[in-house]
Design a protein around this ligand. Structure first.
Ligand SMILES: [Zn+2]
Length: 420
């Protein structure tokens, strides 16, 4: 064989190896997101032929990632199909959601099941990056993978701020009082594990797109309103990041030039009109001690509550109409404190959105998160699984247990083929 033929054969071999790794990841991702699922459904979903699916599923079984369960007679006549699902003893990740008021952590198994949770309040005293690092280490100890029988393959962290995708550095998180914090390396050092860091609303959008209210929508906006207001925008199946990672900072869209100063330094940002402080002011004007008391009245005195929320509802509608005009989404998912508000003021909100140009062409569907308060946490888990799903064999070979110390990039998540 000539040198050239040997070289070509090596390239073909490398390509075959890369193709097999890719296909193994594709099948695992499909079982992770859609399982329990039959081999026939996997064939439809991935476009791979039946014998390839059988071979890859067997390999995933031998790696301990996938197992056979029960049988289904759904779909075609004939013999019931065995279903495949992710093994509860397979891989898991640590998901972290840093909010202004609490640190939420969970060990999440492949397949998306929350195996164990841990939560601590964050007060002013505990909100510094160094203190959060300490709390992360304590929480990770309580949620060790070996205690739930799985191999830890990474950590995903959600933070309410602008994150540099390459290394998880937080450019700014105004509501945490953070500026230029190297959260990726801080968390990787504290946890001695590979860490991905993402914006909380981006991760909420991503989780709802993969597993929640936006599963079949290629274009969606996830609005997360709490003390601040964040947004995640999915365009044609991909997360919109923008030139510097600022895309989706919808809480800082200027809506009211005559409004209040915002923590970002500007005036009249959307979050100053619809965030929790604005809602608390509306509640007090109505004689309620706070928003929880006001919303609790909604079942008894809906008109009083609607009146109290009239002004914030106007600004909520202005912002949503802006999002419809800018992004033409198929779905807008209303997260954070918005679901209860939506129940009270649905008519006004729908009218405002339907009045936009894109809205008149066909209204965007407004809904609440299917994953509820876990959307962000699940999004963090999904990014932490991305290395495993890209190359299951390679990832497991490098993670016999929780180890590392490297910081992996918050890479663009990979999608299942459409219809998944
Ligand atoms: Zn602002």
């Amino acid at each position: 064989m000539t040198g050239r033929a040997v070289a070509l054969s090596a390239v073909a071999g490398a390509n075959r190896g890369a193709l097999r790794r890719h296909n193994l990841g594709t099948v695992l991702r499909a079982i992770h997101l859609a399982g329990p699922i039959s081999r026939a459904e996997l064939t439809d979903l991935t476009g791979l032929n039946r014998s390839t699916i059988g071979d890859l599923a067997a390999r995933l079984g031998s790696l301990g990632l996938v197992r056979e369960v029960g049988a289904t007679d759904r779909g075609a006549p004939g013999r019931p199909s065995i279903l495949l699902e992710c093994s509860p003893d397979g891989a898991s990740v640590l998901a972290v959601d840093i909010t202004v008021k609490r640190l939420r952590m969970a060990r999440v198994g492949l397949g998306g099941q929350v195996l164990r949770r841990h939560e601590v309040p964050l007060t002013d005293r505990h909100r510094s990056p160094g203190e959060v690092g300490r709390l992360l280490r304590e929480g990770a100890d309580l949620l060790r993978p070996r205690d739930v029988g799985s191999v830890g393959v990474g950590v995903g962290v959600a933070v309410p701020g602008i994150v540099r995708p390459t290394d998880g550095r937080v450019h700014a998180a105004p509501n945490l009082g953070w500026r230029d914090v190297p959260l990726g390396s801080l968390a990787a050092t504290a946890l001695a594990a590979p860490v991905t860091v993402g914006n909380d609303a981006d991760l909420g959008a991503w989780a709802e797109h993969l597993r929640g209210a936006g599963t079949h929508a290629g274009n969606l906006v996830f609005v997360a309103a709490d003390i601040g207001v964040g947004g995640g925008v999915i365009v044609a199946g991909s997360l919109l990041r923008g030139h510097r990672g600022f895309a989706g900072e919808i809480g800082h869209i200027p809506v009211n030039p005559a409004g209040r100063p915002c923590r970002c330094g500007a005036t009249g940002c959307w979050e100053t009109e619809i965030g929790l402080p604005a809602l608390a002011r509306a509640a007090q004007r109505a004689g309620a001690t706070g928003l929880p008391e006001l919303l609790a009245l909604a079942g008894v005195e809906p008109e009083r509550v609607r009146q109290a929320l009239q002004e914030p509802t106007h600004w909520l509608a202005v912002g949503l109409a802006t999002l419809v005009a800018a992004y033409d989404p198929e779905v807008i998912i209303l997260g954070g404190v918005l679901p209860q508000w939506w129940e009270v003021s649905r008519v006004e909100i729908v009218d405002a959105v339907a009045g936009t140009l894109a809205g008149r062409a066909g209204p965007a569907r407004l809904c609440v998160p299917v994953l509820g308060a876990d959307a962000t946490l699940m999004g963090a888990a999904e990014t932490a699984f991305s290395t495993l799903l890209a190359d299951p064999e390679g990832c497991l070979a490098s993670h016999p247990a929780e180890l590392g110390g490297t910081v992996s990039v918050h890479a663009a998540p990979v999608l299942l083929p459409s219809g998944a």
